[in-house]
Ligand binder design. Structure first.
Ligand SMILES: O=C[C@H](O)COP(=O)(O)O
Length: 262
């Protein structure tokens, strides 16, 4: 079994302007001393308009946390009004980019094909895509969640080479748990994350499947993160609401690192 370093990714969604972003990054850095970064990777995912400011703080203060973007265009450049190229994100020093978040799949009608195209664009520009999958409540209640997530993962990674698959991060985010306070049980998270890892082994190979990080997302906070990331196949968390609170985000990152609390 590969030794996967946990990843805590704070998806700020459409919150905080660039001045507020600077403040939050500084507070997180103050609350989470550098010693934790040996045991956990921590990244913040602000709105596009904040990224340059976040870069300035991270570079200027030599912070160990990384940053990324919430989306990218499938295209390189050109007449795509409102879109942001992976080339631009890479130039800004982004490490990660979220693709296929359920809010994009639902509100912007992003299909698996679109998610696949964006995943390819991310890899082209040496960004690590955090590829999101997750079922809605009806599918969960029908007991079809495992098959649904496997199909979504296969669609979102279709045709990628084993080498490309080795460079992605997967996030399992049940839609019914996002922003609702209704976190999946640790066993629920483990069930789907294990199935996704088995799927990665089918799409690539077992060694790669053992090395790819599979995150859980959905109402993660400092109280529940320990049990969730304690699961065999859960390698961290994609955190929404709790990532906007510096102390809570630092605490849950420290817990993912195995403590002690800062
Ligand atoms: O990307 C993050 C997820 O959508 C989870 O959001 P949440 O922690 O506010 O439930």
């Amino acid at each position: 079994m590969a030794n996967r370093k946990p990843l805590i990714a704070g998806n700020w969604k459409m919150n905080l302007n660039h001045l507020e972003a600077i403040g939050l990054v500084q507070k997180i850095a103050f609350a989470l001393p550098t010693k934790y970064f040996d045991k956990v990777d921590v990244t913040v995912i602000p709105p596009f308009t904040d990224i340059r400011s976040v870069q300035t703080v991270v570079d200027g203060d030599k912070l160990l946390l990384t940053y990324g973007a919430q989306d990218l265009s499938a295209h390189d450049s050109g007449a795509y009004t409102g879109e942001i190229s992976g080339a631009f994100l890479s130039k800004l020093g982004c490490t990660f980019v979220v693709v296929g978040h359920s809010e994009r799949r639902t509100l912007h009608a992003e299909t698996d094909d679109v998610v696949l195209a964006k995943t390819k664009a991310a890899l082209k520009y040496e960004l690590t895509p955090i590829v999101c999958v997750g079922e809605g409540l009806e599918i969960r209640e029908a007991g079809e969640h495992v098959a649904y997530n496997i199909a979504q993962l296969k669609g979102s990674l279709a045709g990628l080479s084993a080498d490309e698959i080795s460079k992605v991060v997967i996030a399992y985010e049940p839609v019914w748990a996002i922003g609702t306070g209704r976190v999946a049980s640790a066993a629920d998270a483990q069930e789907v994350c294990a199935a996704l890892r088995t799927t990665l082994a089918e799409l690539a190979d077992q060694k790669i499947a053992d090395s790819v990080r599979v995150l859980y997302g959905g109402s993660v906070n400092a109280k529940n993160v320990g049990e969730i990331v304690g699961q065999t196949d859960v390698d961290g968390a994609l955190v929404g609401g709790a990532s906007l609170k510096s102390d809570e985000f630092a605490t849950l990152s420290a817990i993912a690192a195995g403590g002690p609390l800062p």
